[in-house]
Design a protein around this ligand. Sequence first.
Ligand SMILES: Nc1ncnc2c1ncn2[C@@H]1O[C@H](COP(=O)(O)OP(=O)(O)OP(=O)(O)O)[C@@H](O)[C@H]1O
Ligand SMILES: [Mg+2]
Length: 440
Amino acid sequence: MAKQKTSFVCTDCGETNPTQLGKCPSCGAFGTMKAFREAPSDGSETAGIGAGVDLLNQPNAEPENGFVRIKTGIDDLDQVLGGGLVSGSVVLMGGAPGVGKSTLALQVAGRVAGAHYYSAEESAAQVKARAKRLGAGMPAQVVHTQSVADIAQTIAEHRPPLAVVDSIQLVGDDLTSFGSMKQLRLNAELLGQVARASGTCIICIGHVTKDGELAGPRVLEHLVDTVLTLTGDRTSELRLLRSPKNRFGSTLEVGVFTMNSSGLHPIENPAEHLLADRPEGATGSAITIIQEGNRSLPMEVQALTVKSHFGMPRRAATGLGLARLHVLLAVIEKFSPVGCGVHDVYVNVVGGLPITDRASDLAIVAAVLSSRLDMPVNANIALFGEIGLSGEVRSVQRASARIDEAQRLGFSSVFAPEASANVHCKSLRELVRKLFSKKG
Ligand SMILES: Nc1ncnc2c1ncn2[C@@H]1O[C@H](COP(=O)(O)OP(=O)(O)OP(=O)(O)O)[C@@H](O)[C@H]1O
Ligand SMILES: [Mg+2]
C-alpha cells in the first residue's frame, strides 16, 4: 500500500504545496501553510475516485465509468443524485433552518457502512440521539468538531466511503473568521481535495440566505460537484429535493418527501398529499399543474377576497411571490368584468411548497375570481397557463406532460392555451366566460 504523504495547504486560499513554505506561493500570505496528510493515491488526479478498497465492498456500491456509485436506498435521493452518491465527489446540500438537512444527511450516513458524521452545530450525543430516533442506523463515527483541518485529516487517514460535514459554514480554522467568504472557499477547496484524494464522498450541509440562495460566495457552487436543495415549509410535512447542479446526473430529477419523526421518506404519489382535504364545492379554490424538473405536480391554490374596510386594500400571498399576485390582480382589474380594487385578497398555495412556475397564473386568477364571484370552480377542472399583461394566456413548457398528469389524476377538463387542452383558453376574458358563464 502506498505511503501517506503530508502536504501543506494555505488556510487563506486553499493552495497546496508538497513542502512547507513560509509564504503561500499563490496568495502571498505569510505563515498560512498548514500540514495535512493526504490519502495514499496512485499518483493520478482521479485515481482516488473509487480507488478506496472498501468502497466496492459496500453492499450497494457499483463501479460506473471510472468511479463508484453508492446507492443510499432512499429512492428519490438516489434518483436526484443521478443514481446514488459518487465516491470522491463533494455534495453541497442547502436548505432553510429546520427544513431537514441534518435529518436527511444522517439517514444517509446511517445507511452507508463505515460513514463518518462530523457535526459542528450539535454535540455527538445530540446527533446520536437523533440517529436513534430516525432508526436508520448509526454512522460508524459521530464526531463533534469545528476544525476543518481535523476533518480533512481524519478522512484522509480513514478513507470512509461517506463523510457528512454539518455544516460548511460552521467549520473552519483558527486563522480566518468562521462563515466568512474566505473561510467557506477554503473549506470547500480543502474538502474537495481530500474527497478526490481519498475517494470519500463528502456531503457538506450549507445554510441558505433569506432569499433561499446558498449562503456564501457563488464560487462555492463551482467548487462542489453536486448541489442539492431541500425546500418546503417547516409547518407542513412536504419537502422537495432538487439538484440545481450535478456533475454526475440530470438536474431535472426532483424528489418529493414527507417529513415525520422517523425522517424524510419519498412519496410515491405526491398528488394524494397535495390534494388531500380539498373542500368540496368551496369557492376560491383551483387546481394547477406545475412542473418541477421533469415531474408534473398538482397544486391547489386558494384565494379569499373580502370587501376592504380600509382605503388601501390588503393583499397577502403564501407560497407565491406577492409581486406576482399584484400583477395578476392588475390584469384582473383591467380585463375581467369584475375587479378586486376595493377588496382585500389573500392567496395561499396549499401544501407548503412555494410556486415559482408561471403556469400557475391561470389557476391563481381562477381562484381569486371564484372567491370574488362566489362561484366554485368545478372539482374536475385543472388549469395552467401564464398570464400576460394584455390579458392573454401564454403557452408554457411541457404542456403535454401537464395535460397527461391532470388526466391521470382524473381532471377531465384541462383549461390551457394549448390546442391539445380540452378547454382551450387564450385570454382572461375567455377564462371568465368559460369558467363562470352562468352568472359571470
Ligand atoms: N422528535 C421529533 N419528532 C418529529 N420531528 C422532529 C423531532 N425533532 C425535530 N423534528 C423535526 O425536524 C426538524 C429539524 O430537522 P433538522 O434538524 O434535520 O433540520 P436542519 O435543516 O438540519 O435545521 P438547521 O438548519 O437548524 O440545522 C424540526 O423542524 C422538526 O420538524
Ligand atoms: Mg441541521
